[in-house]
Design a protein around this ligand. Structure first.
Ligand SMILES: *[C@@H]1O[C@H](CO)[C@@H](O)[C@H](O)[C@H]1NC(C)=O
Ligand SMILES: *[C@@H]1O[C@H](CO)[C@@H](O)[C@H](O)[C@H]1NC(C)=O
Length: 187
């Protein structure tokens, strides 16, 4: 098990981006390579995210998610992770640790304490006061150079190419995926 207790929460952040409150001494560096999104109904949910480079050093996730449907208890969320030690796409294998499929509106704790704690600076995703992520407003959600620089991911991650799939199902089946290259940091 290479994930610590902070990780489930923080992996969720790759969607929204950044950070958390757990102390971390990362032994790895990451590079966003590619982002892609799919939806079976773009009139209701259209993901349009990409990796943006600004100047020589700044890299982040930018784009939009056009959210035009109402979520409810049938809206499920799941995080799936694939990894390829060699970087070869053909060698992707599914990792056992993920966020298993669950009712999205009940994920307020993840969303609130972690995702929104620091993602505010790069997105206009909604805030909530109750215990559930309802009502989730329809809207055009914008992401502007979101990173994973401050997040509290596991201190140690195996090197390789990773694919993180943030998958929603229910009225609309849609997902966004990020391809990320992880390298061990030479200390
Ligand atoms: C991603 O969304 C597409 C379009 O709805 C769907 O065909 C595909 O099965 C989804 N993939 C995952 C892993 O959920
Ligand atoms: C968000 O922006 C504010 C104001 O620019 C800054 O003080 C804060 O450190 C930023 N937070 C993160 C997580 O980048």
């Amino acid at each position: 098990m290479i994930l610590d207790k902070c990780v489930g929460k923080n992996l969720l952040l790759l969607l929204f981006t950044v950070l958390g409150n757990c102390e971390s001494k990362r032994r790895w560096t990451y590079e966003f390579l590619y982002a892609e999104g799919f939806s079976d109904n773009e009139a209701k949910l259209k993901p349009d995210l990409r990796i943006q480079r600004v100047g020589r050093y700044q890299v982040g996730v930018s784009g939009t998610i056009d959210w035009q449907y109402d979520i409810d208890r049938t809206t499920m969320f799941e995080l799936i992770i694939f990894q390829s030690p060699s970087g070869n796409l053909k060698e992707f294998r599914k990792l056992p640790f993920t966020i298993p499929k669950q009712i999205f509106i009940n994920m307020r704790k993840y969303y609130d304490e972690i995702a929104m704690a620091d993602a505010r600076n790069c997105t206009n995703l909604p805030n909530f006061e109750g215990n559930v992520l309802l009502p989730w407003p329809r809207g055009l959600y914008v992401f502007d150079m979101c990173t994973a620089d401050n997040g509290n991911y596991p201190d140690i991650l195996a090197e390789g190419l990773y694919k993180f799939i943030f998958a929603f199902s229910g009225e609309v089946v849609w997902n966004v995926s990020f391809y990320v290259n992880i390298k061990t940091k030479i200390l």
